[in-house]
Design a protein around this ligand. Structure first.
Ligand SMILES: Cc1ncc(COP(=O)(O)O)c(C=O)c1O
Length: 403
């Protein structure tokens, strides 16, 4: 009997029937994970280059997270966001120290942190810019799945979903500074973007564009909001993506890697932008000690000497493999930075490749029909990258028989 059949025997309906069907999922049930490897209920191992969508920055079930959870669960799990707790204070301190910004609001998900960033900018506009509330955002951006963050996102498939839309998010193309300048009016309060558009297919905002945006927003007297939910916490080989461009935003959002697998997010701002007053923002689980203790453990690991330079070097190693595969199978460019990379396939076969790779024990993601995305653990080894590339090579040869 397979693991799925034995689970089914204990359930009152079909194994998947009690869950809302919101995503195309393969009929596999995962039960265990260590480092770069996931195991399903039948004992089959998978090399994981998705890692919970760039979430498990230290891989599956890493020692620092397991220890932090165990230690904190024995002491204090929750005590209401209306009180201070120790891990909350330590995490906020680590975040301001490493980001160079001044104040933190701890949240649970990326969308919640971004929703908070939008509220903070609108509040700042009400206080300091005559009620300006519009936020210039970007075509193909992804900021989350709440109503406001969906409106801030630039996914074409969402253009008419869940109408009426939250207003106030004019869209411009990425890396087009003139278009941003033209979109700014006296109603504009901020520009908001991801340093790398991950969900869109790993499209990089150039360092020159980010520097130009920083100068432009300063001149216009508006805020620069960076959504580093995917790029933050070491993913691109620096602690934060904005450090490649040598700039600093007014508002920064983090999630994914910050929790390393547990729900944890942060909204961080300069003291000039941090204008929330009592009652403006909050949430039952915001800053809860259990998740905050994990955040502290992650921050301490990423800050260890040599950790980030190793991510950068491993990222170059992965990129060189992808470039080799691209040349061999006559594919397109390799995009991204650090360990957030995409391989352009030049044709719409990404879903086939993902399915065939999974059949051979490799998990990769297709953010577009013509691209594969690679977001392994930041601790992935060169040997694991070699194994991934060997499987991908075989699959590419199957899908692209002409090469
Ligand atoms: C750049 C970016 N912003 C926001 C989000 C939304 O985060 P969450 O799914 O935690 O709400 C994501 C998730 O993929 C993301 O990549």
């Amino acid at each position: 009997m397979t693991a799925l059949q034995s689970i089914s025997e204990t359930l009152s309906v079909g194994p998947f029937d009690a869950l809302m069907d919101v995503a195309r999922r393969p009929p596999i049930v995962f039960v265990e994970g260590h480092g770069s490897w996931l195991r399903d209920g039948d004992g089959r191992d998978y090399l994981d280059f998705i890692q919970g969508w760039a979430v498990n920055c230290l891989g599956h079930c890493p020692r620092p997270i397991v220890d932090a959870l165990k230690r904190q669960a024995e002491r204090l799990i929750s005590c209401s966001p209306a009180f201070y707790n120790e891990p909350m204070l330590r995490l906020a301190d680590l975040l301001v120290r490493h980001s160079g910004l001044d104040q933190v609001f701890l949240a649970n998900t990326g969308a919640e942190a971004n929703e908070g960033a939008i509220k903070l900018a609108r509040k700042w506009g009400a206080l300091h810019r005559n009620g300006a509330h519009k936020i210039v955002t970007f075509e193909h951006a992804f900021h989350g799945r709440t109503l406001a963050t969906m409106a801030a996102s630039g996914k074409p498939q969402w253009a008419h979903l869940f109408e009426p839309k939250v207003p106030g998010f004019p869209k411009v193309p990425l890396n087009d500074l003139d278009a941003v300048a033209a979109a700014i009016t006296d109603k504009t309060v901020a520009v908001m973007l991801e340093p790398i558009q991950g969900e869109a297919g790993v499209f990089v905002a150039t360092d020159a564009f980010l520097r130009g945006l920083r100068a432009l927003t300063r001149r216009a007297g508006i805020l620069l909001i960076l959504d580093e939910i995917q790029t933050g916490i070491g993913r691109t080989g620096t602690f934060f993506g904005f450090q490649h461009a040598g700039i600093k935003p007014d508002i920064l959002t983090l999630a994914k890697g910050l929790g390393g697998g547990v729900p944890l997010a942060a909204l961080i701002a300069t003291s000039e932008a941090a204008c929330f007053e009592h009652g403006d923002q909050g949430g039952t689980f915001c800053g809860n000690p259990l998740m905050s203790a994990v955040g502290c453990a992650i921050m301490e690991e990423i800050a260890r000497p040599g950790f980030l330079s190793n991510v950068a070097a491993t990222g170059r190693y992965l990129a060189s493999w992808l470039e080799r595969l691209s040349r061999k199978h006559q594919l397109g460019e390799v995009r991204g930075k650090g360990l957030l990379l995409a391989l352009d396939l030049k044709c719409a076969v990404a879903t086939d490749i993902v399915d065939l790779a999974r059949g051979r024990g490799l998990l990769i993601n297709a953010p577009r029909r013509d691209s594969l995305r690679f977001m392994p653990a930041l601790t992935v080894t060169r040997d694991e990258i070699d194994q991934m590339a060997d499987i991908l090579d075989v699959v590419l040869a199957d899908v692209m028989p002409a090469t």
